[in-house]
Design a protein around this ligand. Structure first.
Ligand SMILES: C[S@@+](CC[C@H](N)C(=O)[O-])C[C@H]1O[C@@H](n2cnc3c(N)ncnc32)[C@H](O)[C@@H]1O
Length: 263
C-alpha cells in the first residue's frame, strides 16, 4: 500500500477510524486525532453516536421498504457496516459504497462481502462530482434508479467545502420518488469553543472542514418530506440507544442529522 497512498498525511477516514478505536490508521492520522482530542475531548462520543445513527437510519429505511442504498463517505469498514444492517432486514438489498480515500478502497474490496442474494459494490469517487458517481458502471450495474434508493451522506458533508444544495439536487434529480436522503454533519451551534478549534486542526493539515448551522442543514432537505423528528442531534433521532438527552450531551455530540423522503 505504501508508495500508492500518502500515509504521511492524515486523512479524515483514518482519523475517524482512530476515534472509533479502529486499527486502520497511521502515525499522521493519530497525531492529527490527538490534536483534535485536545480541543474537542468528546469527539469519540460524537463518532460513536454518529455511527449509531447510521445503524438506526439504515434500519428505518430498510423497514420502510428501501432495498437499494447509495452510501457516500462510507469510511473504513467498521462492523456492522451499512449493507450488513440492510441485508439482515432484507437479504437481497443492493448497496453501492463510495469514498475518496484509497485506503477505504483497499479495505472495501476485502471486507464488504454482501449476502448471497444481495449485492454490494464500491466506487472510489468524490461526492463533489455526482455525475461521475451516477454514471459509474458499478452503480449502473447494481442499482435500478427507476426504483427508490436510500442516499446516505453520514459524517461526510462537514468535509466538503462546495455547493452542497447543487450536489444534493444532482443526486436527488437522478433518484426515483420515494427515495430517501440521510445526512449527519458537524455543527458549532452547541460548543463553538471546542468545535471551531477542531475545525482549525483539520484545516492546518490541509484537510477540508466546514461546520454548518441548523438552518443551513434544514435547507438541504428542501423539496423533501422531512421525517420526524426533523433535523436534530443524532442521539435524539428515533429510538436512540442513548439515554442522555441533556443539553450537555448535545454539546458533546455537536452534530445535526436528518432524514428526508422524495415525494
Ligand atoms: C467520518 S467518515 C464517515 C464514515 C461513515 N459514513 C460513518 O458515518 O460512520 C467520512 C468519510 O468521508 C470520506 N470523504 C471525505 N471527503 C469526501 C469526498 N469529497 N468524497 C467522498 N468521500 C469523502 C472520508 O474518506 C471518510 O471515509
Amino acid at each position: 500500500m505504501d508508495g500508492e497512498i500518502p500515509l504521511d498525511q492524515p486523512h479524515t477516514s483514518r482519523v475517524y477510524d482512530y476515534f472509533l478505536d479502529g486499527k486502520d490508521n497511521y502515525e499522521a492520522d493519530r497525531k492529527a486525532a490527538e490534536e483534535i482530542l485536545k480541543v474537542w475531548p468528546n469527539i469519540r462520543t460524537a463518532a460513536r453516536v454518529n455511527r449509531q445513527f447510521m445503524h438506526r437510519s439504515t434500519r428505518y429505511l430498510a423497514e420502510s421498504g428501501i432495498r437499494q442504498f447509495l452510501d457516500i463517505g462510507t469510511g473504513i469498514p467498521t462492523e456492522p457496516n451499512l449493507h450488513q444492517i440492510a441485508q439482515e432486514i432484507t437479504a437481497d438489498s443492493r448497496v453501492v459504497y463510495v469514498d475518496n480515500d484509497p485506503v477505504v478502497l483497499a479495505y472495501a474490496r476485502a471486507l464488504m462481502m454482501g449476502s448471497e442474494s444481495g449485492a454490494t459494490t464500491y466506487i472510489q469517487g468524490d461526492v463533489r462530482d455526482p455525475e461521475s458517481i451516477l454514471r459509474a458502471p458499478e452503480l449502473v450495474d447494481t442499482l435500478d434508479l427507476s426504483e427508490p434508493v436510500g442516499l446516505s451522506m453520514i459524517a461526510l458533508l462537514h468535509f466538503v467545502e462546495a455547493d452542497i444544495p447543487a450536489i444534493l439536487s444532482t443526486f436527488l434529480d437522478a433518484l426515483a420518488p420515494g427515495s430517501y436522503l440521510v445526512i449527519c454533519a458537524i455543527t458549532a451551534d452547541f460548543a463553538p469553543e471546542q468545535v471551531l478549534p477542531a475545525q482549525e486542526v483539520y484545516r492546518v493539515r490541509k484537510l477540508p472542514a466546514q461546520v454548518r448551522e441548523h438552518d443551513e442543514i434544514v435547507g438541504w432537505f428542501t423539496g423533501l418530506d422531512l421525517i420526524d423528528p426533523g433535523v436534530v442531534p443524532p442521539h435524539r433521532w428515533l429510538g436512540s440507544e442513548s439515554t442522555e438527552f441533556s443539553a450537555a450531551f448535545d454539546a458533546k455530540v455537536s452534530c445535526w442529522c436528518g432524514v428526508g423522503r422524495k415525494p
